[in-house]
Design a binder for this molecule. Sequence first.
Ligand SMILES: *[C@@H]1O[C@H](CO)[C@@H](O)[C@H](O)[C@H]1NC(C)=O
Ligand SMILES: *[C@@H]1O[C@H](CO)[C@@H](O)[C@H](O)[C@H]1NC(C)=O
Ligand SMILES: *[C@@H]1O[C@H](CO)[C@@H](O)[C@H](O)[C@H]1NC(C)=O
Ligand SMILES: *[C@@H]1O[C@H](CO)[C@@H](O)[C@H](O)[C@H]1NC(C)=O
Ligand SMILES: *[C@@H]1O[C@H](CO)[C@@H](O)[C@H](O)[C@H]1NC(C)=O
Ligand SMILES: *[C@@H]1O[C@H](CO)[C@@H](O)[C@H](O)[C@H]1NC(C)=O
Ligand SMILES: *[C@@H]1O[C@H](CO)[C@@H](O)[C@H](O)[C@H]1NC(C)=O
Ligand SMILES: *[C@@H]1O[C@H](CO)[C@@H](O)[C@H](O)[C@H]1NC(C)=O
Ligand SMILES: *[C@@H]1O[C@H](CO)[C@@H](O)[C@H](O)[C@H]1NC(C)=O
Ligand SMILES: *[C@@H]1O[C@H](CO)[C@@H](O)[C@H](O)[C@H]1NC(C)=O
Length: 413
Amino acid sequence: MKHSSYSKILLLLYKLCISIFILGRIRCTDGSNYHENEVAALLTWKSNIEKDSQVILSSWVSDNHLCINWSGIICNEGGRVSSLNLSDYGIRGTLHDLNLSCFTEIMSIDISYNFSFGMVSPKLSNLSRLTYLNLGFNHFAGNIPPQIGLLENLRVLNMNRNIMNGSIPQGIGKMRYLNHLDLGSNALTGSIPDSFAILNNLEIMDLSCNNLSGKIPTRLGMLQSVVKLNLSHNNLSGPVPSSFKYCFSLTSIDISFNQLKGPLSGLNVHSSFVSNNSGLCGGILGLKPCFSDTFIGGGTGGKSIAEIVLLACTIGITIGIIVTAAVFLGSFLFGRKVRYQKEIDDFVLDYYTRSFIRCTYILEATERFSSKYHIAVGRSAIVYKTELGDGGLAVKQFNATKDPVLVSILAPL
Ligand SMILES: *[C@@H]1O[C@H](CO)[C@@H](O)[C@H](O)[C@H]1NC(C)=O
Ligand SMILES: *[C@@H]1O[C@H](CO)[C@@H](O)[C@H](O)[C@H]1NC(C)=O
Ligand SMILES: *[C@@H]1O[C@H](CO)[C@@H](O)[C@H](O)[C@H]1NC(C)=O
Ligand SMILES: *[C@@H]1O[C@H](CO)[C@@H](O)[C@H](O)[C@H]1NC(C)=O
Ligand SMILES: *[C@@H]1O[C@H](CO)[C@@H](O)[C@H](O)[C@H]1NC(C)=O
Ligand SMILES: *[C@@H]1O[C@H](CO)[C@@H](O)[C@H](O)[C@H]1NC(C)=O
Ligand SMILES: *[C@@H]1O[C@H](CO)[C@@H](O)[C@H](O)[C@H]1NC(C)=O
Ligand SMILES: *[C@@H]1O[C@H](CO)[C@@H](O)[C@H](O)[C@H]1NC(C)=O
Ligand SMILES: *[C@@H]1O[C@H](CO)[C@@H](O)[C@H](O)[C@H]1NC(C)=O
Ligand SMILES: *[C@@H]1O[C@H](CO)[C@@H](O)[C@H](O)[C@H]1NC(C)=O
């Protein structure tokens, strides 16, 4: 027993010497079997991780065939490592001692769960064939290396639950095939890069639970394939871009726990996913209606004016609600539909429907009463088609040439 283990060690040393000898002469070139330098790189790395973790990788010995017997390794037809999956192995160590330069054909790295601490090496960006990179649920610290943007074939980038800080590199926006981006639960600061707006294949984006600030880039609403977007638990401020309502594929958006302000139009979202923001409003949702106008026009108006407007609106709307209720009661009693019109901002709306719809929404939805949206044109009024509300609303405009313009919500389309 003792003797055989000695000879095993001798054999191992002998093989290591050979592999070191070979490593000195050949580089990572294509071949049939497996690659001695990939083996050597992995064995070197193994020898540098914690002792307990080395036991977990007991199949990683040079006696075993890299491509057949090593756990967590998959090779391609050329015998090159194409996938490294040590997810949930419970290995402790860093990637520093792994010579990444050898793995030129690797396409997938999954070292999520209980793996590593240390920094993410910028050298990862040399693995140009990488399509999948999952470093989630670890203790990676420091910045996301800006060079990561060079991984332009990446489909999945997951760094969820690490302790990474610094800002999100603009270069991630260059990953044109990126489908799933998860940087949630780190300590990232700075703003959401504008470049994300060109990630045309992105379906899932999770940036939740960081310390991101600044505005949500308006152009993010141009993302046509995004399905899930989670920006919750950050420090984002400013308005929610109205362009989001054109993200037709969006089925789940969470912007709760930020400092967002202003109207939310056309987004079909549960109120808990917009909660705990300082000033979000919107009649269409379960939020408070947007009475105050302080956010329009970039906040240039003085506070006192805003307050006067708010007060005026509040009084006006209170009266409006009472009269509307009376009218509804009246129309109920007399069996006919009566419209009530009330002035808000510089336009007049009526509340035929029970929800408050802002004039600015109508302006936006009709592109300032563009003829594009005409359904019917009469002598004294024009009817417009809009995408407001759940399935769209018809809006009637009276006295188009006069000021203020009278607008009346007609009926759901
Ligand atoms: C890593 O591997 C490459 C290619 O085999 C080699 O050229 C380089 O010297 C190695 N680096 C180290 C630090 O071993
Ligand atoms: C390596 O894998 C092959 C094929 O699965 C198997 O026959 C062989 O016993 C394995 N070797 C070791 C040392 O596990
Ligand atoms: C890695 O292995 C884990 C557990 O076996 C699995 O759930 C996960 O999907 C694998 N990752 C990849 C990229 O195949
Ligand atoms: C990894 O961590 C999770 C939660 O911290 C734990 O449930 C799991 O058992 C751990 N896995 C290993 C292999 O240590
Ligand atoms: C690896 O990437 C660095 C920049 O991160 C670059 O300078 C170097 O030339 C790259 N090496 C290879 C072999 O591509
Ligand atoms: C980011 O984390 C690293 C390592 O924990 C630390 O050295 C560095 O000061 C931090 N940077 C910032 C901007 O917080
Ligand atoms: C977030 O970042 C700001 C500075 O940008 C800093 O003052 C604040 O402490 C950070 N908050 C957390 C929870 O990290
Ligand atoms: C968004 O992320 C937070 C924190 O990670 C999570 O609690 C919440 O459920 C997520 N929202 C959605 C809609 O998945
Ligand atoms: C959020 O950002 C503001 C500045 O915009 C800063 O004063 C505040 O400390 C930040 N809050 C947190 C919790 O980081
Ligand atoms: C979030 O909002 C809810 C309801 O508006 C409130 O009860 C809760 O205290 C808020 N939580 C935090 C952490 O502000």
